[in-house]
Design a protein around this ligand. Sequence first.
Ligand code: FAD
Length: 471
Amino acid sequence: VHIAAAFSPLQIVQDLQLRLSSESEVVLTSSAAYSQDFIPRFSSSGSPTYVVGVKPALVGDVQKVIQYASQYNVSFLATSGGHGYSWSLSSVQGAIDLDLSNFDNLEIDESANTITVGPAWHLSNITSTLQAIGKELPVGQCPTAGLAGITLGGGVGPYGGMYGAISDSLLSVEIITGTGNIFNVSATQHPDLFWGIKGAGFNYGVVTSLTYRIYPATNNGEALIVNALFTGPKNASVWRLAGGLVGRQPKEFTINLAVQYNATLGGMIIAAGFIYVGPQAAGMKYMQPFLDLSPIEVEINYPVPYDNFTAVLLYGELKGGTQKGVPFVPYAVNLYQVDVENLIELFNYMNQTIPINSEIKTATLSWAQFSSYGFHLYPDSSSAFPYRDVAVFLQFDGFALDASDIPSLNQFGQEVRRLAQKGSGSTDLETYVNFGHGDEGPAAWYSARKLPALRALKAVYDPGNLFRYYN
Ligand SMILES: Cc1cc2nc3c(=O)[nH]c(=O)nc-3n(C[C@H](O)[C@H](O)[C@H](O)COP(=O)(O)OP(=O)(O)OC[C@H]3O[C@@H](n4cnc5c(N)ncnc54)[C@H](O)[C@@H]3O)c2cc1C
């Protein structure tokens, strides 16, 4: 719904100023206050457009925005970290940006091992807060992504090998649903909705508080991270070693690979970032077979504190995720196996195509391979998160240097996804929802087996389908 047809942006501002508490901020997005005070988005492509920015101060204010939007058919989208990059968000046009950065509450119960946070919390504030008290929680790999947005889609990251999806550690949330109700939701209160929130949460309401189980820090909160660079001809050996670990990867061990163009060598290389959450000697045992392939560069980092992973992993490349307004072209495929022949074909395709096409030189194939141990601590039926058996979360990251490069990157990304999917071990395309491009469809994001229950929840908690934009 394009709101301009119904209400002018100014009228929405006036209406909401009247309805919301005085501590709330309601501004036109054309105002200076909007660019100063509101969370900027990571991606500038396939992104939403807003005419009004609202920063509610109270849970009741969020409720009033939802009621107003529902009554007058005005589109809105909640923003926690602003890192959602699905191009499905381009269906949000002329809408209200419901910025949740006032919800910065924090409560820790060290003896009960729980943490309660508001959606203003980003991954890096969480890890530094927990590191300071000798605790840990699985998080993702970008320091500024919102913990709320990641969790609502399931949440995968290095500590997942030990503890499962981030949403597996969720104990309860406070949510204002599409019906305008404020609910505390947990395994005992609205358990049906709690199930759906863990993997498909953004479809039902706005979450204003999240409580997680936390864990005593492993190895005093310190890990081993080894970065290495492999030249193109080594790719087959790297795939073989990684594939050999599927199903037997120690829970503390995570493999991150990035296939990317290296101008000096004039071809594709594989940058690797291996993590072992434990003592150096124990970790080196698992990394040694990779190092025996004679990478052209090796960097051993020990001890790396839990809250400093992203600065070190893959030579600090992940810090790029903290940028704003990146013309980003995402594609992703879940791999259920490591099909070495298919990966060689994919590598060769990239190696033949990228060096001679300047528009796609920044394209990166990102590989995240966690132990399945943590994911299998919870049965498939425990949540909407459908991807406990994934061997590798494979992503195509297209960072356009210029907006004019987007069409070429987009076409290339689609072809990379098609080739990768052939060897994925699944007949149909399956994609972790938070890594999706937006064109995969509900069965690919949520799995056909979970869709009926998710649709039944929709009918109860968001019958007006106010929360329909993000995948
Ligand atoms: C650089 C980078 C690295 C990443 N690394 C990882 C990773 O390691 N692991 C991983 O699992 N994912 C990762 N992601 C993907 C990430 O999970 C998604 O981008 C996620 O949507 C980010 O959440 P956010 O709160 O920052 O996003 P936002 O853009 O604020 O939100 C994304 C969607 O969720 C909805 N939403 C956000 N907050 C709420 C809320 N409180 N209540 C209801 N709905 C809400 C929004 O309305 C929107 O539809 C990464 C993304 C980037 C850009």
